[in-house]
Design a binder for this molecule. Sequence first.
Ligand SMILES: Nc1ncnc2c1ncn2[C@@H]1O[C@H](COP(=O)(O)OP(=O)(O)OP(=O)(O)O)[C@@H](O)[C@H]1O
Ligand SMILES: [Mg+2]
Length: 352
Amino acid sequence: VDHGVGQRQCGVEELLDAVRLLGAAGDDPRAAAAAVRAAAAELAELRGFKARTEREMEELCQTISAFAALEYDRRAPVVEGSDDITNAMAIGLNMMGEELSHSVGALVAARDAALAASRAKSSFLANISHELRTPLNAIIGYAELLREDLVEAEQEGLTLDLDRLMIAARHLLALIEDILDLARIEAGRVEVRPARVDLPTLLSELAATLDPSVRAAGNRLHTRIALARPWLWTDPLRLQQILLNILGNANKFTSRGDITLSTGEVEEDGRAFVIVAVADTGIGIPADKLEAVFDAFTQVDNTSTRRYGGTGLGLTISRRLCEMLGGTISVESECGRGSVFRVKLPRVDPPA
Ligand SMILES: Nc1ncnc2c1ncn2[C@@H]1O[C@H](COP(=O)(O)OP(=O)(O)OP(=O)(O)O)[C@@H](O)[C@H]1O
Ligand SMILES: [Mg+2]
């Protein structure tokens, strides 16, 4: 614009000259008329220039806005009659657009390649699940047989090593199951199979299943289940898996404390939800780790001397499963006082 104004400086000076001439014309009407005509012509020229410049600037601004909206194929017009600087800016913008669309194209290709690689990895893992599990199950099975043989042969003293072998093999199997579960979820191979679920029954059965390990850890498990409508339309196996993970964690990270399994109902934006909460009085989670615990392989204590076993996949899997059921999972916790994990599931009507 400055350049354009500079270019037009002579136009302004000519206009001033014309005005001066008008002043000097005095009583000479012809000289005055000529000066007024010259001034008017210059003025019209300047107005035209102003309007053109505004239009060109407007077009350049639109191109810049289009870039900001990721439309890099938009071209700024280069017009022969336009100001040189405007055209130079348009050419510069067009070159920038081309560069950007190349870079974006390369980024999109890289993202697609990464996604394809990740899918290939997940689907490979999902495919070899059988291959990994079969030999491990055979190891566990034969160890059990051997153990029985030893007991029969009254060689109980020799079973200790076999017990260790079985514990390690079961641990490995659980780990493989978790990794494969996550791979299947990521490869989109996990199907949700909803059914009519009687929630209080499902929860009491879970509590009964867990009771021995809760007692073994010196904890107490309380259930507070009260629902106006006990039925839920959801996938019972997936719901069990989610709750087993959370209850297992509550028991693992609590010693000689209380674990409470409770239910609630809420309505948000006219939609009804059921909440299943697991509260414990265990070690709690530091505030800055509250979200990270849902990331794969992430544990609050990741030192080599950590006290609690596990892989750091339980909550990742639980959150993904919850989302597949249309729900969410959240946590509140205070270090040294305990944690509350809440699973919130929508009440959906069964298909007619
Ligand atoms: N109830 C809880 N109290 C305290 N910390 C918890 C609790 N639940 C989870 N955490 C923290 O979150 C981390 C991640 O939990 P997650 O269930 O994903 O993994 P994990 O229990 O360590 O291993 P995995 O479940 O794979 O066997 C845990 O290692 C622990 O640090
Ligand atoms: Mg866990």
